[in-house]
Design a protein around this ligand. Structure first.
Ligand code: DLL
Length: 440
């Protein structure tokens, strides 16, 4: 990162640096408006509020609001396709959809004002990472129903950066364009950024010779160790941003150049942390499932939406000057939590154990199977190069080292298998960390 000049531009200081009191006032006003809007326009919410005995006029405080039931993915599915749209289609100007792995995708609509709000949120996140109007930004997310590419695209245009909408795929062309067009910002998943770095090396292109200085990575989790790996491979500052289609897409929160957690766009998204099992609220700083209420949306507003993402909230002023509430890196999704021989484990915890170990590359996968009634997990990790493949004993030795480290750090007893470089599938989109063969 030597030689990189970062301008600390605070895009909307009146919100990003507001006092807690001001933010809470904005939130409360917008929340009241949203509650009335959904009560009048979304039959699902009218029914739920009436059942709870909490029509809008009875919601007089934040704690009243927190008596309302949660909205879940299943509710969205039950009202497929447009049951949650709160405006007539005439006012909708864009439809994206969530990347459901099972069943049909959930459509999400945006009015013109929603697109403006989304672009504003993205502009703040890009600026806080250090992006500005002199940047050339390569968007390697797939353009389409997925919100990643167009979300970042509009935000980058808003700050005046030159956007290269290359979309996902064709790694060689990605590198050629990055090099020849002089891209300074890369937008992708963290796993694809790593894959691009590997491919650059194979093609004899030295990543540090490109003009790239900044990464805006998101759409999947990765550990701090993996972030450092990406930073050193590309010689860039790698920042992370977070969001989900149902809420808006990317734009919910993002890391500033000080990398102290992800600043939440709190004037648009009201966060709560709950116990994923009991639904009880968690205190500031405690880990749990993030629940989000959109308070500045017209077409697809959601109250108390359960994201299933596990994180915690951090308050206080950041060294960058912003006062917005931050969230810690996502530890995993509540439905990704594995219970292996009684031990609760998230794929990210395995990542943090294996990264940095000698002979081990950052590519890994957890393969689950069932023996009788018992769940088994095999951790497959790639070797960095072929140096061990000559001698089977060496491979066994490293496998035992990984196994012992997993056991001592996570209390997890599992099988470890070293695989040759390139054996684990690379994806253009979200990395597949878990192969679940338990139902097979
Ligand atoms: O992934 C939106 C997005 C696009 C965010 C580009 C950031 C950048 P979905 O496809 O609906 O939307 O997937 C949402 O992805 O609930 C998380 O589980 C996961 N996710 C997104 N960002 C992060 C992140 C987009 N920074 C789901 N860290 C979310 C960890 C993330 N997980």
């Amino acid at each position: 990162m030597e030689g990189t000049v970062l301008k600390n531009i605070i895009w909307s200081p009146s919100v990003e640096c507001a006092t807690r009191e001001t933010i809470e006032e904005i939130q409360w006003e917008r929340l009241k408006k949203t509650v009335s809007h959904v009560y009048e326009n979304v039959p699902f919410y009218k029914r739920k509020m009436d059942e709870a005995g909490l029509p809008p006029e009875k919601i007089k405080s934040m704690s009243d609001f927190q008596q309302l039931p949660f909205t879940t993915k299943a509710d969205l599915r039950d009202n497929y396709p447009y049951g949650f749209f709160a405006v007539p289609m005439k006012k909708v100007i864009r439809i994206h959809a969530s990347s459901g792995t099972t069943g049909k995708p959930t459509p999400v609509g945006y009015t013109r004002a929603d697109i403006e709000m989304w672009s504003e949120c993205m502009a703040r996140i890009i600026a806080m990472a250090g992006g500005n109007d002199e940047d050339v930004a390569q968007i390697s997310f797939g353009y389409g129903l997925f919100t990643g590419a167009l979300g970042l695209h509009f935000g980058l245009e808003k700050i005046g950066a030159a956007v290269i909408p290359i979309s996902a795929g064709n790694t060689e062309k990605q590198l050629l364009v990055m090099n020849d067009f002089g891209a300074t910002i890369l937008i992708s998943t963290p796993s694809y950024a790593l894959h691009l770095a590997d491919s650059a090396k194979q093609m004899g292109l030295s990543p540090s010779k490109t003009k790239l200085r900044l990464g805006l990575f998101g759409a999947e989790g990765h550990t701090e160790a993996m972030n450092k790996e990406i930073e050193s491979r590309w010689d860039i500052l790698a920042t992370e941003n977070y969001g989900l289609s149902e809420i808006v897409g990317p734009g919910v929160s993002g890391e500033c150049y000080k990398q102290t957690g992800l600043h939440i766009n709190e004037d648009c998204f009201l966060p709560e942390i709950i116990d994923p099992v009991t639904g009880e609220p968690k205190a500031l700083g405690e880990e749990g499932e993030m629940v989000i209420t959109t308070i500045n949306k017209e077409a697809f507003p959601l109250l108390r939406y359960r994201t299933k993402d596990i994180t915690s909230l951090v308050d206080g002023q950041c060294p960058c000057g912003r006062t917005s509430m931050r969230m810690t890196k996502i530890k995993g999704r509540s439905d990704d939590m594995l219970i292996i021989k009684g031990v609760n484990v998230y794929p990210s915890q395995v990542e943090s154990v294996i990264l940095g170990m000698e002979h081990i590359s950052p590519y890994y996968q957890l393969v689950l199977s069932k023996k009788g009634y018992v769940d088994h997990m095999e951790v497959q990790v790639e070797m960095v190069d072929d140096s061990l493949t000559e001698n089977y004993r060496d491979i066994e030795r490293v496998e035992s080292q990984v196994k012992a480290k997993l056991h001592s750090v996570l209390g997890l007893d599992c099988k470890v298998r070293l695989r040759e470089p390139g054996a684990i599938e690379r994806t253009m989109g979200k990395a597949k960390r878990v192969i679940d063969n338990r139902g097979v």
